[in-house]
Ligand binder design. Structure first.
Ligand code: ADP
Ligand code: MG
Length: 697
């Protein structure tokens, strides 16, 4: 590694350092003001910024710019326009105006909109998000933007996230002021998203239609060795993978992504990357970029990067751990227990706000991890179950319980115990017994939401977290602002939180059946599939909280609900069709051919005077397998046709049909095929096996 890698960090980013160096002083000040205070940029200022940005980009080799946005597809989009502007003399000059920087008008009709607009109003708008820096990738200047419909409804994941960033800042500041903080100006939601992924050999990937089209294997007999030896997690990184990780880090660093940690994950061929945390909005953009760059660098290295939640049956799938906290602009982490009792109390209030929020809106939080791919993972014994609970650790839980019980004996050294709150001991920074099975764990100075799927945008999880925590913070602030006795009110809030929401705390093993039963007793929602979870988006209490804080309007909630169901049905429809294509065009012909070869071999043996019962039995078994696969494939086609006919225009009916009828039939077809794979020769089998994919990287 060259020693200048540090100096190359963010060399492709139009970041604060570049702006300060290149923009006229006044322009820089105005822009900084817009970024920090969330106010509009004046058109003349935008013109100057655009022109400087263009010059910088061209120096870096860029010829185009794009308004980069995040429609509800979990991936990003943007069309690329060149800077050239033809002149009368036949020459071109390079131009980029403030207007082009601030606003774009892509056609919105080809992105998921959940029935928000008719196609005749198909125009959409992209609006520059100056809080996330522009960057250069592949000769194009990328300008992060929000994407809205002609009528102003959000069509993306960034718009509600930006709205929620403002809301959480406002509500958290109210609490901070009550605790006497006069120095902080804003509160930022901070996020670090750990990303899991698989790497497989490109050639083998290209020979698997299911991986190529669906991102996961739809067939595949179990390999002789899976993850049972526990020998992959944080084990030695193979040379080929190490080289991939090196190139990936370098590419990400140039883009300003603070890639920090890399290691092997539990399953063979599975790995993880974790960045250093930053503001939720930038973290979200960076996670999208990370996924894109992961795929590109893989391709350049003869590898394929799989970001699907469950690429392989029988070994762990991939998720994202969304580490979330709140931080003031002057660097105070509000979920850090702190060193003094005064900070402790403030911390406890923020902690209670999170507990209250997660209990009140567990269904909403669950929903943010709902996508067809993640249904294979949540609830299997590798990922948290689909039930939301919070891990606090015994020590923190004990402190909250003591306060709730009016037990003021945590510490007696300082004498006066007015409320039992001010004299709390220093809180533990970390609970040594870190629970890896909890979907929402307090890990020392942040919460780690572990349900998110590896292919998903983290925006939704974070705008939901910001919104629901704002909801409890605002209730607490209302109470504290009008309380006759501040200390008493604090105590009431903590007591009530434990009484009313203590059920959300669970420090045990979330993977057990006992927990599922216990959670049911506690009345915690269990939403096993995307179809169950999606419906939570149109529950009145959930629509109300989004509306109250202007994060999503009722119309936007409804459209997102439709999109979730549509995406779910479409994903499974594509998978079912891919299965049929593979079964009919690859697997059946291969098996018939091999059955024929086996029968011919039997005949040859007979002619030579050797009677071999095994070859005869094998030919028969192969022939039976052919019949079985054919029958299951026919049945799958029949169920597909039936759902297409009976659910026209009804997204919920379709989604339920795919979940309850198609998925089980796909499983039957898979079992028939996997059984056949076990008796077919490797040469005759028409695609790479699990062993090839998982162990021959
Ligand atoms: P683990 O694997 O134990 O969960 P890692 O170190 O791999 O731990 O990941 C922790 C993640 O949490 C990193 O991305 C880190 O930047 C992030 N993180 C740490 N502090 C905060 C914080 N205050 N807010 C948000 N994310 C944080
Ligand atoms: Mg983690």
């Amino acid at each position: 590694m060259s020693s200048d890698f540090a100096s190359k960090f963010a060399c492709k980013v139009f970041d604060d350092a570049v702006m300060r160096e290149r923009l006229p002083k006044n322009t820089y000040k105005s822009l900084k003001h817009s970024i920090d205070e969330n106010v509009h940029l004046e058109p003349d200022v935008a013109d100057v910024v655009a022109s400087v940005m263009k010059d910088w980009a061209v120096e870096q080799g860029a010829t185009h710019f794009t308004h980069w946005f995040q429609p509800m597809t979990n991936i990003t989009a943007g069309k690329h326009d060149s800077f050239i502007s033809p002149q009368k003399d036949g020459q071109v000059i390079l131009e980029f105006s403030g207007k082009e920087l601030i606003q774009g008008e892509p056609d919105a009709s080809s992105f998921p909109n959940g029935g928000l607009r008719n196609t005749f109003e198909a125009r959409g708008y992209t609006a520059w998000d100056c809080t996330s820096p522009a960057f250069i990738k592949g000769g194009t200047l990328y300008i992060p933007t929000a994407f809205c419909s002609y009528t102003g409804e959000a069509l993306d994941t960034k718009t509600p996230l930006l709205r929620s960033m403002q809301v959480i800042s406002d509500q958290a500041m109210r609490i901070l002021r009550l605790f006497g903080n006069r120095t902080s100006k804003r509160v930022l939601a901070t996020v670090g998203a750990e990303q899991e992924y698989f790497l497989v050999d490109r050639e083998k990937y290209e020979n698997r239609l299911d991986l190529k089209i669906c991102g996961r294997t739809l067939f595949g007999a179990m390999p002789p060795k899976g993850q049972e030896m526990d020998d992959h997690y944080c084990g030695r990184i193979r040379l080929r993978v190490a080289e991939y990780m090196r190139q990936l880090d370098n590419a990400l660093w140039e883009l300003g992504v603070t890639s920090k940690t890399k290691h092997n994950e539990v399953a063979p061929a599975q790995h993880e990357l974790a960045p250093v945390f930053c503001s939720a909005n930038i973290a979200c953009d960076h996670n999208q970029l990370t996924m894109e760059v992961m795929r590109i660098v893989a391709k350049q290295n003869g590898l394929a990067c799989l970001l699907h939640e469950k690429p392989f049956d029988g070994v762990n799938g991939s998720g994202k751990h969304n580490n979330w906290s709140l931080s003031t602009d002057d660097g105070l982490n509000l979920l850090d227990p702190g060193k003094t009792p005064y900070e402790n109390v403030q911390f406890l209030i923020f902690l209670c706000a999170v507990l209250t929020a997660v209990d009140n809106y567990a269904d909403l939080l669950r929903l943010t991890a709902a996508v067809a791919g993640n249904d294979h993972r949540l609830g299997a014994n590798e990922a948290p179950p689909a039930i939301i609970s919070v891990f606090l650790g015994d020590e923190l839980t004990g402190i909250l319980e003591n306060i709730a019980k009016g037990n003021t004996n945590h510490q007696s050294s300082s004498g006066i115990l007015e409320t039992g709150v001010e004299t709390l001991p220093d809180l533990p920074k970390d609970d040594s017994d870190r629970n890896r099975t909890s979907p929402f764990a307090f890990t020392g100075n942040k919460f780690e939401f572990r349900m998110v799927g590896s292919s998903q945008s983290i925006a939704q999880s974070n705008y939901v977290l910001n919104t629901i925590v704002s909801d409890s913070l605002s209730t607490f602030a209302d109470r504290l602002e009008s309380a006759p006795n501040f200390d008493d009110e604090i105590k009431h809030i903590i007591t009530e939180t434990m009484e009313q929401h203590g059920r959300i705390i669970f420090n045990g093993n979330n993977y057990t059946d006992e927990w599922v039963k216990e959670a049911e007793k506690r009345g915690l929602p269990n939403l096993p599939t995307t179809v169950d979870a999606a419906q939570m988006l149109i529950q009145p209490k959930n629509i109300a909280v989004f509306e109250r804080f202007h994060v999503l309007s009722p119309v936007e909630c409804r459209s997102r609900y439709e999109i979730m169901l549509e995406n779910y049905a479409k994903t499974i429809n594509i998978e079912a069709n891919t299965m049929l294509e593979m079964a009919n065009k690859q697997i059946l012909p291969a098996l018939i051919g091999f059955a024929g070869d086996t029968a011919a071999a039997y005949n040859e043996l007979m002619c030579a005077g050797v009677s071999n019962a095994t070859s005869l039995r094998l030919a028969q078994a192969l022939s039976d397998a052919v019949d079985e696969i054919y029958a299951e494939a026919q049945e799958l086609q029949a169920v597909l046709d039936q759902i297409h006919k009976s659910c026209i225009g009804d997204a919920l009916c379709e989604a339920k049909g795919y979940r309850d009828q198609i998925l089980p039939q796909m499983e039957k077809l898979r079992q028939a095929v996997d059984k056949a794979e076990g008796i077919c020769s490797s040469e005759a089998w028409p695609m790479p096996s699990y062993t090839d994919l998982l162990h021959r990287v």
